[in-house]
Write a protein that binds this ligand. Sequence first.
Ligand code: ADP
Ligand code: ZN
Ligand code: ZN
Length: 733
Amino acid sequence: MPSESIIQVALPVPLPGCFDYRLPAGSPTPPRGARVQVPFGRRTLVGLVHGHQPSQFAKLKNVQRVLDQEAVIDEALYTLCERAARYYHHPLGEVLGFVLPALLRQGQPALAGGEVRWRLTDRGHHVSDDRLTRAPRQLQALTVLKEHPDGLTPAMLEALSVSKSALQALRDKEWVERVELQPEAAGTPAEVLAEPALAANPEQRAAIHAIVDAQGFQPFLLDGVTGSGKTEVYLQAMAPVLAAGKQVLMLVPEIGLTPQTLRRFRQRFAVPVTVLHSGLTDRERLDAWVAARDGRARIIIGTRSAVFTPLAHPGLIIVDETHDASLKQQDGFRYHARDLATWRAQQLAVPVVHGSATPALETLHLARTGRYHWLRLTRRAGDAGAPPIELLDARDTTPDRPLLPTALKAIRDTLARGEQALVFLNRRGFAPVILCRDCGWQDECPRCDSLMTWHRSEQQLRCHHCGHQHRVPQRCGDCGSSNLTDAGAGTEKLEALLEKECEQVKGGAPVVRIDRDTTRRKGSLDAKLAQIQKGEPAVLVGTQMLAKGHHFPRLSLAVITNMDAGFLSADFRGPEQAAQLLLQVAGRSGRQDRPGRVLMQSRHTDHNLVQLAAAGDYQALANTLLEERRGAGWPPFGHLALLRCEAMTMAQALTFLDECAAGLPALDNVHVLGPVPAPMEKRAGRYRAQLLLQSNQRPALHGLLDALMEHARALPSGRRCRWHLDVDPIDLL
Ligand code: ADP
Ligand code: ZN
Ligand code: ZN
């Protein structure tokens, strides 16, 4: 053993590379992936051991503490993080810091916390009640605990209205104790199914067999319209994996993690389902992480960052709604969980299933060229058939009458039949602009290139880009006239209009608005969904929050408004995203046995893409869009990276990007476009510009990005702005 050992440590700092440290003499050498605590500048940081090479530096600081003898990030996961760091040109130490649960970043032991229970001590069992006649709350606590000899968790105690101070008082008397019970290792039950599977239809059967028969790594695209039974395919493909004692990792979009979805998995299987989402406490997150690492968690369902969950016995990876934009992280470490899921499956030699009714064109292209095994479900499971989308010419609508008479009549008829209708408008607030009738002035955000949205019930105008708020102006900001008005409609206005409409229906019907404003309070979304589930006649008004994951059994009409902008958008992803959203929303109407009706109001009913989307022909639409993209060299035919910069002036931002571009070698196969001001030039008080790099050869692009990052980090002009690189950006705004 060498007399002194040197290690390389990956630290959560925005710098590339690892840092050398000396291990104290006699200290055992921790393996790669174990945590150490080290001094860094004036701070103390927790980092991960990266390597054990000698150092070229003579003076090294000592490791303060070795926190683990074993790796907390196993070799497979570590390698994935390294690959992601390279691909996204993000510092490895920050990637690893992102992957570690917060408590591990803070140096806590990598163990599951036990379940906390309160129970009586031996002395407590023998206390006679009359000793507490003057403390009724303590007496109540004692009585409850006597009835539960195994003890009660804090949540159970709260449900039984046991007071915390009473418990504490009893603990001081040593009649009650707080214990932590370690989780038990759970074996695989003899039968993993808790309820029988549905009888699969032939298309489902073919898909299930293909997945179950896959040997090692194999990527699948499960391409099936809404309601075609994709979830049932996941469930049946999971069963043999679970029965073999292995784990299933499933990623879902933020919005798809509904109680309904979870219930289906929990009902079907007799093994634990662990959920990872942003609402967990640090302790809960670490417990879930450890449960997955130790193999106790058998089904792990989570949003994008769950792709980094350690797995003891991986068997299958599923990405549901694989086209969803929330799978791409839009700040800090800008990874795409969809792509990492495929890498991970490859590395772990397990199948990966990407499911969607409207796959991203990138994914569709992989399936069409045979790199993904393409599984198709072409009919709704119950054979109701997808509803046709009826296009309504909306050129006659006005801000005060955003819904056409045909749409209003359809809503009234639906209510009269005792059913529910949905009106989709992807814009919250009452009206998107306040303007002056005399001079045309519009109320703009002082900090952004955007208009202020009027939120009538709050008597405020709000900027949806930076959160800036101000009161509704009494006078024009330009000419001083008081002749102000609002224009356009948001969900709040639709709600008010529809409430009037519903008053005229016999018996009346409630209007339920679902958007970020009405669901901000915890539990309010669930309450609204529960009201809809009851099935009484109602009108739902909402934004894309309504589009996915929810099943509304009594909903038979969807009215879709204001989707034109997406189809006509200059952003090359605009039409694709509009079509995806449109078909998701349309899929809410009618399930199984009852065909629904879908109306789409459009001012461009003769537009080719609008017509293809309305025909529900996603494949034809995708063909058209893919041909356009092939011609322009956009993804999947070309690859993109975007260097974004924000500064106090536009000149500063452009100067930095100009210097970045000037430092790049000229290559034939990589195009450098810009720098140019971003489509939204100013946001939250900062000016924004961007440099786009485009190539149809990934290695050439990534080679250039290496050079770009090194050059950019060294530029003094970069210190006066904020900048970052986004590899495979999905948003060019
Ligand atoms: P998707 O995930 O594609 O939207 P689901 O799996 O949620 O579709 O299925 C839609 C509905 O059809 C669900 O209510 C489900 O229980 C039902 N279903 C799915 N497969 C079958 C089947 N093989 N037989 C009967 N009902 C089915
Ligand atoms: Zn004016
Ligand atoms: Zn703003």
